[in-house]
Design a protein around this ligand. Structure first.
Ligand code: SF4
Length: 377
């Protein structure tokens, strides 16, 4: 079924970091100034290619990485200029930038603000310096506090803090302390993810003292309890926000809004077509001016996959999947396709149904992957 796009979202990937963290498998490395310059020139060529091709409005922009805040402000300025020249933005779009606490200065943050960036996402991970060192982070908790204070002084009223549970050596008590310390700062948003050991990372080669399964579950429950008490609403499995401060950009991913990814390795979903930009920097630099030569894994998503994604991603959010949305997207009712799966999951107490929508129960949240499998064809 064809759907008319009203707006879409933009993601821009900046693949540079000061230093590689021990658990990180993102597409990022420490780039020299020359490399950064060459990359941004190429990124601008890619952006220019899209000028006029997507006339619909951009409702959110996410500058991610990597660490976009390591870029020279002149380069970041150049990217923002090109983006506003190539795309038309909604009147008050959400514009986020990922920031590593060791890379900010008041002046830079003020520059970000002037560029129209209105949301800062700090990758803190832990308030415990020993754990931060184990993770290979470049900053201490104190440096984060200084950066956070600078962001407020620069006028940012929408700040996210990323925290990580399941870190080697972490206990339930130290995790509780992380949560309490961060809530005392009153950020608008907190993302609380658990560490995943990814193949090919230094962590995958190490014998780590990781919290056990029960302890991890206790940490997850403590997160929901502590953040709930402090006025944060859980709106997705790992994301909590003050009322009205949920991240619009990420909600767009989970709702399967169209998004265009720019930069090395960036993923896109436009008009039910999915693709990735190449992750080869050589190919990217050579062909950024003609992004069709960058695209890999181009796929027209069959309707069944679209349905699976709507369920898998939609159920990550606490509001779940609305029957009306499913019907509008596919022209068939949720029951026609998933009656059995819904009955089974509800019978096991993992799914709730209020007539308008289906959503995970508390128990279902901790077994979300298992529930998702039930909605695969
Ligand atoms: S700062 Fe983020 S992207 Fe960069 S190496 Fe660390 S985890 Fe990876």
């Amino acid at each position: 079924m064809e759907r008319k796009r009203k707006a879409f979202r933009l993601y821009v990937h900046i693949p540079f970091c000061m230093k590689k963290c021990a658990y990180c498998d993102f597409l990022s490395w420490r780039g020299s100034r020359e490399e950064q310059e060459r990359y941004v020139q190429a990124l601008c060529r890619e952006i220019d290619f899209y000028k006029g091709r997507y006339p619909e409005r951009v409702s959110s922009l996410f500058l991610g990485g990597g660490t976009p805040s390591v870029l020279d402000p002149r380069l970041l300025d150049m990217i923002m200029d090109r983006l506003t020249g190539a795309f038309s933005f909604e009147e008050d779009p959400e514009i986020s930038i990922e920031v590593n606490p060791g890379t900010v200065t008041l002046e830079r943050l003020r520059d970000h603000k002037k560029m129209g960036i209105d949301r800062i996402s700090f990758g803190l991970q832990s308030t415990n310096d020993i754990q931060l060192e184990r993770l290979g982070r470049i900053h201490t908790y104190r440096e984060f506090l200084e950066g956070y204070d600078m962001a407020r002084r620069a006028g940012f009223e929408n700040i996210n803090v990323d925290l990580m549970s399941g870190i080697p050596g972490q206990t339930l008590e130290s995790w509780r302390q992380d949560l309490i310390r961060v809530t005392e700062l009153e950020p608008e948003h907190i993302s609380a993810y658990s560490l995943i050991i990814e193949e090919g990372t230094p962590f995958a080669q190490m014998d780590l003292d990781l919290p056990g399964e029960d302890e991890e579950r206790d940490m997850y429950e403590a997160t929901a309890a502590i953040l709930g008490e402090k006025g944060y609403i859980q709106y997705e499995i790992s994301n909590y926000a003050r009322p009205g401060r949920a991240c619009a950009h990420n909600i767009g991913y989970w709702r399967r809004d169209d998004y265009l990814g720019l930069g090395l390795g960036a993923a896109s979903l436009m008009d039910e077509k999915r693709w990735n930009n190449t992750d080869s920097i050589e190919i990217y630099l050579a062909h950024a001016g003609d992004p069709r030569r960058l695209h890999v894994g181009v796929e027209d998503l069959p309707v069944r996959e679209q349905m699976e994604e709507m369920m898998f991603l939609g159920l990550r959010m606490m509001e779940g999947v609305r029957r009306q949305d499913f019907q509008a997207a596919f022209g068939v009712s949720l029951e026609t396709v998933y009656k059995e799966a819904i009955r089974r999951m509800a019978g096991q107490g993992l799914l709730a149904d209020d007539g308008e929508r289906i959503f995970l129960t508390r128990r279902g949240i901790s077994l979300a992957d298992q529930v998702s499998v039930e909605f695969m064809f």
